[in-house]
Design a binder for this molecule. Structure first.
Ligand code: KG4
Ligand code: ZN
Length: 348
């Protein structure tokens, strides 16, 4: 079964073609970073307009790369929540039109749930490469598991029992983890998106230079909060400026490393607590922030220490992509789910 999937909930337009669910024939992403970086964050109206320009060329490229045509597609999947309502509407109405015109079914997919399940796309455990064992150890991901979704808009711990059976164990009460990375980068004058920049800069900084707050760090509490951490960074920056100094490159590296260490610490601890609480032996980490090298490393060490399996998708499937929408869309279609032409976009 060939599924064409479209993701347009935020600032990336992505179309993927999947064969029988998890085999990705193509996954094309048109990024808008160059537009939004001028403003230090996403401008919703500009994002919608760019989706309109991108959607047809991206779909045509995805079909070409998969060596197929629109007539050969059996069904469609599209993100219908959550995200920027204007952006979702562009993708949703586009897919509705194509499904109507071709007479094929389509389903709406929850973007966050698609992130939570995206580790099925690259069914490989994080590499444990040693001189004696010079290969990537493979292990199949099986239900149930805990999935930590860390993105620009969400920080959610899911208990995942099946493709259509996810429950929320905890989530952020204020900023999402990615949002905190983006805001801290903005505070330090580093550009957008902030996550990859902080990740790179932190490698040259001292993670112990500043002791930033770790919120709700009481065993069993699976809620997150990152706004206090962001304020902590703001206070350090203000303190340096009040002392009549300008932020040096070393200050920025140390702040980036200390901030990242605090955010990652909390994420790792809570993912492990969640696994313990529901009694699972596998943890998935997904979403844009799952590209973070320190988070990947700390999760790898922590899960290995207590004998849990860890699944983190390849970076291209952590940030927004059509493939994860196609994977969940396929599973929903397989279970008989079909959307009507009255399906609406839901921002939250
Ligand atoms: O999942 P995603 O692509 O889009 C949303 O659904 O939000 O996540 C984007 C977020 C941004 O906040 C970005 O700064 C963050 O993921 N991000 C990172 C890294 N790469 C992307 N955060 C930390 N470290 C990274 N290496
Ligand atoms: Zn996302």
């Amino acid at each position: 079964m060939l599924v064409l999937a479209l993701e347009s909930s935020c600032d990336d337009t992505s179309v993927a073609i999947l064969k029988d669910g998890s085999s990705v024939l193509s996954n094309i992403v048109a990024s808008q970073d160059d537009i939004h970086s001028l403003y230090g964050g996403i401008v919703p109206e500009l994002a919608s307009r760019k989706h309109i320009e991108n959607v047809i060329p991206v779909m045509e490229t995805a079909l070409k790369k998969a060596n197929t045509t629109i007539e050969e597609i059996d069904a469609f999947a599209v993100t219908m929540r959550p995200g920027l309502v204007g952006s979702i509407l562009i993708g949703l109405n586009f897919i509705k039109s194509v499904a109507y015109a071709t007479g094929k079914p389509y389903v709406g997919v929850n973007h966050i749930e698609a992130h939570a399940l995206s580790a099925f796309l690259s069914n490989e455990r994080e590499a444990e490469v040693t001189p004696q064992k010079n290969f990537v150890e493979s292990k199949e991901l099986k239900f149930p598991f805990v999935s930590l979704v860390v993105s620009g808009g969400h920080t959610t711990l899911f208990f995942v029992k099946d493709f259509d059976d996810l429950s929320v164990l905890g989530q952020t009460r204020d900023d999402a983890a990615g949002e905190a990375f983006d805001k801290v980068a903005k505070l330090l004058g580093l550009g957008y998106p902030g996550g990859p920049i902080i990740d790179k800069l932190a490698k040259e900084g001292d993670p112990k230079a500043y002791e930033f707050k770790r919120s709700y760090i009481k065993k069993g509490n699976l809620e997150f909060s990152f706004s206090g951490l962001k304020t902590g960074v703001l206070n350090v920056v203000k303190g340096i400026e009040a002392a009549g100094r300008v932020l040096t490159d070393l200050d920025k590296k140390n702040i980036a490393a200390s901030f990242q260490e605090s955010a990652v610490d909390v994420l790792v601890k809570k993912a492990l607590w969640a696994a313990e609480e529901v009694g699972v032996t596998s943890i998935v980490c997904a979403g844009g922030v799952a590209c973070n090298s320190r988070l990947r490393e700390k999760l790898r060490v922590a899960t290995k220490e207590i004998g849990l399996s860890l699944f983190i998708p390849k970076p291209k499937y952590c940030s927004d992509n059509g493939a994860m929408i196609g994977l969940l869309g396929f599973e929903l279609l397989k279970r008989g789910k079909r959307a009507g032409l009255d399906l609406n976009a839901e921002p939250s």
